[in-house]
Design a protein around this ligand. Sequence first.
Ligand SMILES: Nc1nc2c(ncn2[C@@H]2O[C@H](COP(=O)(O)O[C@H]3[C@@H](O)[C@H](n4cnc5c(=O)[nH]c(N)nc54)O[C@@H]3COP(=O)(O)O)[C@@H](O)[C@H]2O)c(=O)[nH]1
Length: 679
Amino acid sequence: MMSVLEDEGYASACATSGRQAMELLATRTAGLIMLDYALPDMTGAAFIEQIRELGCMIPFVMVTGRDDASLAVQMMKTGACDYMLKDTTFLDRLPAVVSRALNDARIRERLQRAEMSLRQSERRLARAQKIARMGSWEWNVVTGEIYWSDELYRIFGFAPREPAVIDMEWIFGLVNPTDMAAFRKVMLAAAKNAQPFNIVYRINSLTDGEVVVNSQGEVECDSSGNVVLVSGTTLDITARIRAESEIQQLINYDTLTGLPNRSLLHDRLKLAIAQAAREHNLVGVLLLDLDRFKSINETLGHRAGDKLLKTVAKRLSACVRESDTLARLGGDEFVTILIGVSSEDGITTVAKKVLALIAEPMYIDGHEIYTSGSIGIAVYPMDGEDGHTLLKHADLAMYQAKEQDRNNFQFFSREMNTKVLERMMLETSMRKALDREEFFLVYQPQVDVRSGRIIGMEALLRWQHPDMGLLGPDKFIYLAEDNGFIIPLGEWVLRAACKQNKAWQDAGLTPVRVAVNLSSKQFGQQRLDEMIASVLMDTGLEPQWLEVEITESAIMKNAEQNATILHKLKEMGIALAIDDFGTGYSSLSYLKHFPITRLKIDRSFVRDITTNPDDAAIAEIIIAMAQTLKLNVIAEGVETRPQMEFLSFHNCVEMQGYLFSRPVPAEEFARLLREGLKY
Ligand SMILES: Nc1nc2c(ncn2[C@@H]2O[C@H](COP(=O)(O)O[C@H]3[C@@H](O)[C@H](n4cnc5c(=O)[nH]c(N)nc54)O[C@@H]3COP(=O)(O)O)[C@@H](O)[C@H]2O)c(=O)[nH]1
């Protein structure tokens, strides 16, 4: 047998028992096994079973001496690829049987490989569909049969093949009622008119509730052009849609209040303008800025500030119609776009409503908070024909509203534009003015009318502006306070005043105290006391020759913190005067809390003191109050002799005013100190 096989070109090896055959297979590979049914140590069937268990899948041909049909069947059942009877023709038939068996084995192996690869592809497809949340489907339009991939079942919330029968009506029933008509139309059009489609719709998944899907379908037609098959894919795009909408939300809406932000505001404004242009209507742009929001934020903390902004947003929403837009620009700025308005009266009504709602108390973290707002209004088309201009003009008007008196609204006017441009110019040049030494101080004497001698002086700031000429503090201090420049500027004033006073003392002039105005913003400054101490140290002026002037309202802004600072100043030996006394709180209780040395009667009471009984009474009360509290009292703005006499008669002997001297430059003041006043 081996020589026959070798003649045919096959390599062969022989084993005489099942055990020997197994040892042989352990060391060599084979394409075919020719196996005797009866082996000395086991049956051929037992041998096959053993090698199969070891994973050896080599095909085999069973050889036997018995011509028995049932034995042949039994052998084929064990997996034999052929069966040979050992008769006289055995060797003649052997080459053909071996060749066929090897051929069959090759074909079988190829088929097995193809099947395996098909299964693998199916598994990969199913995995890919699962990952992509994409199902595939087929609809046999002729038979009505529908195939769904496993993933498609999952998208609809079923276990694969859970519903035994699926038909189109059942599928329509799974679509969200809002989108059902559109979906049905598309599917039926595909089946009838061979229309491919791409549709997004919502389904009601059994497990996930509302799911957004995207179905794309293709059609196949027979030779007559009739649709026979509609097939396609259905993709679950819920997560993508959600992410897109979250992105849109972030791009267009303010995260704190949920209101449209600046970007969406501009879009809406554009639309509003286009609509108003078509309908010959007006668009009102109201820009609201909360008054004192910064200090509320600083005092109560940012979380309370956030809550306040949310409350404001809610209240504002109640003021506007659904068709209007309410947006938050950022910080404490809100914008309302009013559309479909035909006159400014309608805009005024809304502005008043907004102010009234903002002014109502808010309850935040156990605090009752009162705030107010300032509104600037620009109207299309009079104040601008595009969104940017309207917003800019509403902003200018808002600043005007703030300056006028907070808690009010202002319509934009052309003059405002000029005013704000001037303001911006001043702001820019102010920052350079310190380095360019454009600021200087003038000094106004304070007099004891009993002796007629100068007992002190108030240092007053002036700015020699290169283009605008000499500017008084009323032209720029408010700006410096707004933009924070008051901090370096205030320190410069203090240093210059102390240095000058010390220089006069060193020059042998009679020592007098110098009063320096402190802005409320300087009280908010970190370590104000340390700054003042270092100025005194640097200039060498003794603290007793320095007085700081602060207004009643400034002192009360942050009463507790200010009291601490003022006590520190007092301990250092610095005097404290309350400026503009009588115009603010005028509360006795606060006078006790602060280490005050002097009250300054405001010049508004002094002006008509001899003609207006109310002013006279107020001045008298202030003098009496000062005496009771053992404080010094000085009257400012004394311009006439009768005013001086009235005050002096009522025991106010310290005075300051044009009657004695206007504020004068340092050289002139030195002369007054040397020569005395003439009045
Ligand atoms: N934070 C700072 N504020 C300052 C500083 N320098 C000044 N100021 C404040 O500016 C306000 C206006 O000051 P000014 O224009 O200098 O006016 C002062 C006097 O010129 C004016 N005055 C004095 N006597 C009379 C008078 O008889 N009649 C009259 N009509 N005006 C007069 O009064 C101003 C001084 O007022 P006061 O300070 O209230 O004593 C002013 O409020 C300053 O506080 C600065 O460096 N920092």
